[in-house]
Design a protein around this ligand. Structure first.
Ligand SMILES: [Zn+2]
Length: 351
């Protein structure tokens, strides 16, 4: 979501909050549970140019979230427990899951200690290219290149186009334009383009990836804690909808196999990279089911209703991101009201 859309969405959330409409809607919209999507947990304020700051919250906010969720009467549970409850087994109390995508080292350094102290289960969906050191974190490579350079050159069919990155405003504009241009490209084209941009800006992405990712040893250590679930998140972190049937099956099955081999625990939960409707759809949902994953999560926004017990590989999530580090937004999200309005009160979106 770009900065303008975020501002509009926040204004809508504020209206909902200050009119109290969310409280009136809550009995209809709060559902059975909620799965939160998180990425990075890092202390301190982000630098001025941080277009990926939406992916980061602070450990202090994470702790406040845990306390607030419990105060609201929800149980913080593992994905296995969420799966059981969606199938009508066990408690019918409302629940929340905290899930972290990709496999960042800050999850171990800054999220795990907070959650461990409060006895909160966590799930980390690992893209195996992260611990393997082969991840192409193109969204970060683009950020680093724009942060470092006064301009960047983006290859085009006709040659190349130059974007200014002198001022902070220009850096944000350039990021926004190039990011969405890349999102529209196929995986290979996108990666080749960013490799080119990063190389020209002198960015060593291989070193950055080693720095940002957990190692296999760290992941295996975490997997040994019963509070931690390691889920699969593909091998190459690709938008699956853009790949062939065989490639999609490989991404799902091989990431599960590799994680099982390195940690001794074969994952039974999966997250689709990016997770929006353009990156994962009915073909992916059916395949995750056929391959035997107990649950698979998207980033389509929404809370969980009992109906999701019949769509366990197309579960919605709610992003707990850096743009919404206020308990006011958390309170709203827990009512389910913003997503019910956004989804026009359709409970399941698995198409
Ligand atoms: Zn991811």
């Amino acid at each position: 979501m770009n900065r303008r859309k975020t501002a509009i969405f926040k204004a809508g959330l504020d209206t909902l909050y200050y009119t109290g409409a969310h409280r009136a809607l809550a009995p209809l919209t709060c559902g059975a549970g909620i799965i939160f999507t998180l990425h990075n947990v890092v202390p301190g304020a982000p630098p001025a140019f941080a277009p990926n700051r939406i992916l980061t919250i602070t450990p202090e906010f994470l702790k406040a979230v845990v306390v607030r969720i419990r105060a609201a009467g929800l149980d913080l549970v593992s994905l296995d427990e969420a799966h059981a409850r969606l199938q009508g087994e066990g408690s019918d109390r409302r629940f929340a899951c905290l899930t972290f995508d990709d496999g960042y080292r800050d999850n171990l350094e800054h999220a795990y200690p907070v959650l461990k102290r409060h006895d909160v289960p966590m799930a980390i969906y690992v893209a195996t290219c992260m611990p393997d050191g082969t991840a192409e974190m193109w969204w970060l490579a683009l950020e680093f290149a724009i942060a470092a350079a006064g301009s960047i050159e983006v290859p085009t069919a006709e040659g190349s186009e130059t974007f200014s990155c002198e001022t902070l405003e220009q850096k944000y504009d350039t990021y926004e334009t190039v990011y969405w241009r890349l999102r529209a490209m196929d995986e290979e084209g996108k990666r080749a383009t960013v490799r080119n941009i990063a190389a020209r800006a002198g960015i060593d992405m291989a070193a950055a990836v080693r720095d940002l990712s957990m190692t296999w040893e760290e992941i295996a250590w975490l997997a040994g804690d019963p509070l931690v679930t390691i889920g699969a998140h593909t091998v190459t972190h690709s938008a699956l909808a853009k790949l062939s049937d065989a490639q999609v099956e490989y991404e799902m099955a091989e990431s599960r196999r590799l994680i099982g081999e390195h940690t001794g625990v074969r994952p039974c939960h999966f997250a689709y990279p990016y997770g929006d409707a353009g990156s994962a759809g009915p073909r992916e949902f059916a395949l995750a089911d056929r391959l035997g994953f107990a649950t698979a999560v998207t980033t389509r926004p929404g809370v969980l209703y009992p109906e999701h017990g019949h769509h366990l590989t197309a579960l919605p999530r709610v992003s707990l991101n850096g743009d919404y580090q206020s308990l006011r937004y958390l309170d709203l999200f827990l009512t389910g009201a913003p997503f019910a309005l956004f989804n026009r009160f359709r409970k399941v979106d698995a198409a």
